[in-house]
Write a protein that binds this ligand. Structure first.
Ligand SMILES: [Ca+2]
Length: 190
């Protein structure tokens, strides 16, 4: 799958990444390079338009240039959802109360925006690893995180999608939507 390499910004992004690479860079070095570009606030390789993630369902987002090993991401969100039929509003950042064990993401803010990947895993800026289909915290700002994947994107193992939901044990009585923007920094050594 060569689709990414048709994107015009790749050359410029690679040059920025290369400048950050020390001599003799090995595979592991690139792990922090895309992440460094994210952390430094460098120009993104891709920024999505704002899109809605409904409070009462799971919303998939398919990256147009796919998700490659060592890509970095940062997701921001605004707005609020209704978390019950009474219409009680909760910001996408959720409540500071940690969610109990039977909620989708134990120990994180109740009702916050959460996400998962259907292939591969993510490692947050705090070093926490969330595997395939494990919800990870997003809220108003996910911070920079790295996507990892042991096998390349191929027809046999196609691209991953990000899936958004909310840290609520029952999303079926929810309403409204959060507004999401996904930022992506392409790996230089994928
Ligand atoms: Ca609910």
């Amino acid at each position: 799958m060569k689709r990414r390499f048709l994107v015009g910004t790749v050359t410029a992004i690679t040059a920025v990444g290369g400048a950050l690479l020390p001599a003799g860079a090995a595979h592991a070095i690139d792990d922090v390079t895309a992440l460094n570009r994210c952390t430094a606030g460098a120009a993104t390789s891709f920024t999505s338009p704002s899109f809605a993630a409904g409070g009462n369902n799971n919303t998939p987002f398919d990256l147009p240039a796919q998700m490659f090993n060592n890509d970095a991401f940062r997701i921001t969100a605004t707005g609020s959802i209704a978390i019950n039929y009474l219409g009680t509003q909760k910001d996408v950042g959720g409540d500071p109360t940690p969610a109990p064990a039977d909620w989708p993401l134990r120990g994180q803010n109740q009702y916050m925006l959460i996400a998962k990947v259907d292939r591969g895993a993510v490692i947050t800026d705090r070093g926490r690893r969330f595997g395939t289909n494990e919800w990870f915290p997003v809220g108003r700002n996910s911070g920079c995180f790295r996507y990892v994947r042991p096998t390349p994107v191929s027809d046999d193992d196609p691209t991953a999608v990000l899936i958004f939901s909310y840290n609520d044990p029952n999303i079926s009585d929810n309403g409204g939507f959060g507004n999401i923007v996904v930022r992506q920094w392409f790996c230089t050594i994928c």
